[in-house]
Design a protein around this ligand. Structure first.
Ligand SMILES: Cc1cc2nc3c(=O)[nH]c(=O)nc-3n(C[C@H](O)[C@H](O)[C@H](O)COP(=O)(O)OP(=O)(O)OC[C@H]3O[C@@H](n4cnc5c(N)ncnc54)[C@H](O)[C@@H]3O)c2cc1C
Length: 496
């Protein structure tokens, strides 16, 4: 590879892929392509369009640090405004010539002879790049519940990630499966139009208040006109998020404080004792992703809304049957059942050195150095990779830190005229040991089902420290952590 013409293939045009494209441009890398299987940029915020979708991180923090927006309409913006923001960023930084949309990457294969990656698309096209970065996100593979059709269901079943806007919910009987953030955003919206809503729950969730409101014209004026106002505001939001980091520690004061708030909200919103009992979780607060919602609990008290505390099991011609045998007459079943998050890169065949596949390397759960690099997979990086999902801060902050780190690695290679980079197995092993050590004592390891774990129980999605700690660890590209020529054999770094 001519060092001054390194080509980079990025898979995914969500907030992560876009940030990387922008940083590459700023660093003078001209030869890069961002692939996305969708017809536009924005990732999560383009794909998910279900009613009620909004951010649970305040908008001034859920935006790039280098592209602050003074006129966010409200504290926690909705999907359309967030999508518009990312589309504008792509335009502003002139990424269009680098985008290859409607193009799904199905495999990536390392070619040792040419020290390059061969990407194959679903249409059978082939592309070759010196470096490949996966920016496919954590939440792109919807997880469907295993519903057994006892008789062919004549209504509609859909996942929130594939919202079908042609389905009219007006006066319909709708079952919403799930109790995560998505369900809590969706149920109030569905209840506004549907005749009957069943909130079908495997287990209830701790609900924290979300005191959303619009920004006043005065606030927006200050953000736009007063020097540093929006920067200071964002920093305050960031610091406040950081101060909540102990919410990931099992039994910490912060978890107790938040649990107290959640219990008080339940008490004051749900007067019916039986319903309150159904809605009181038995898992420790924080072991699942925190849910912030203000309309959800009041909606569950409405006469046409019913909470069903048994998981959905069967479908019959026009009904849904739960595990305890309750039969619910429904027209539409909406699965707010989340994503196969722990199955990193499950839909792409990544073949590294010696023909080993990432699926095989990760058979006991995904791992990567700083969430970005895996031994045996040279010139391959990831954004939002294993153990980088932050517990109490903005994912955008983490994505920026990773994108900067990757650009630093590529700049190092450009400067030193290197055509090969792979993380050292021993670096990887030490990092995994640290992750395991930091994970000890977190609330995620308590007994509760969440999407954070690989089948063997290892927490593979979560970053067990603060956002500040991650930033500190990624501020510098330490060349000593990497090898710049192939090592004889990549030892098995995790064997668990
Ligand atoms: C409904 C929902 C709500 C969320 N709310 C919040 C929130 O409030 N706060 C928060 O911090 N985070 C939230 N998240 C997490 C959110 O995904 C991240 O904040 C952020 O979008 C991650 O950006 P990304 O670029 O890494 O991935 P994504 O936004 O997921 O983008 C990945 C892109 O990769 C593309 N892609 C995937 N596979 C392929 C392939 N094989 N070939 C080509 N293209 C491919 C996808 O089409 C997608 O465009 C939410 C996620 C979901 C699903």
């Amino acid at each position: 590879m001519p060092a001054n013409r390194m080509s980079v293939g990025i898979i995914g045009a969500g907030p992560g892929g876009l940030a990387l494209g922008i940083f590459l441009k700023k660093a003078g890398f001209r030869d890069f392509t961002i692939f996305d299987r969708e017809d536009g940029v924005g990732g999560t915020w383009r794909i998910n369009t279900y009613p009620g979708l909004a951010c649970d991180v305040k908008s001034h923090l859920y935006s790039y640090s280098f592209e602050l927006k003074p006129d966010w309409s409200r504290l926690w913006s909705g999907q359309a405004e967030i999508l518009d923001y990312f589309e504008r960023c792509a335009r502003r930084y002139e990424l269009a010539p680098h985008l290859k949309l409607n193009t799904e990457i199905v495999s990536a294969r390392w070619d040792a002879a040419t020290t390059s990656w061969q990407l194959s698309t679903a249409n059978g096209e082939q592309y070759s790049f010196d470096v490949v970065v996966s920016a496919v996100g954590l939440f792109t593979q919807p997880a469907m519940p295993n519903l057994v059709e006892q008789k062919p269901f004549t209504g509609t079943v859909m996942h929130t990630a594939r919202w079908d806007h042609s389905v009219d919910l007006t006066d319909a009987r709708v079952a919403v499966l799930g109790t995560g953030s998505t369900a809590t955003q969706l149920v109030p919206e569905v209840a506004k139009v549907a005749k009957k809503v069943y909130s079908v729950q495997r287990s209830p969730t701790w609900i924290l208040p979300k005191p959303d409101r619009q920004y006043t014209d005065r606030e927006k004026w200050i953000f736009a006109r007063v020097p540093f106002a929006k920067k200071i505001y964002r920093t305050r939001l960031w610091l406040r998020s950081e101060s909540n980091i102990s919410v990931i520690e099992n039994g910490s004061d912060k978890t107790q404080e938040f649990k107290g708030i959640a219990l008080r909200v339940l008490e004051s919103t749900i007067p019916d004792e039986e319903l309150r009992r159904k809605l009181t979780p038995d898992h420790p607060l924080g072991c699942k992703r925190l849910v912030f919602a203000t309309d959800y609990l009041p909606t569950l008290t409405k006469p046409h809304v019913e909470v069903i505390s048994s998981p959905a099991k069967y479908l019959r011609s026009r009904s849904l049957v739960t595990e305890d045998g309750t039969e619910l007459d429904v027209d539409v079943v909406v699965c707010a059942t989340g994503y196969a998050a722990a199955d990193y890169l499950g839909q792409i065949d990544v073949i590294g050195e010696d023909g080993t596949s990432l699926r095989e390397t990760w058979r006991d759960g995904a791992f990567a150095y700083l969430g970005m690099a895996v031994p045996g997979y040279p010139n391959f990086f990831m954004l939002y990779g294993p153990n980088t999902n932050v517990g109490s801060n903005s994912v955008i902050f983490m994505l920026e830190a990773q994108a900067h780190y990757i650009v630093r690695a590529l700049k190092y290679m450009r400067r030193r005229r290197k055509s090969y980079v792979a993380v050292r197995p021993e670096t990887m092993a030490q990092f995994i040991a640290k992750i395991d050590q930091w994970m000890t004592g977190t609330v995620w390891l308590t007994r509760c089902s969440n999407y954070f774990r690989a089948p063997n129980g290892r927490v593979v999605t979560q970053w067990p420290r603060s956002a500040r700690a991650f930033w500190g660890m990624t501020r510098r590209f330490r060349a000593a952590d990497y090898t710049f020529e192939p090592v004889d054999a990549v030892v098995e770094v995790v064997n668990r």
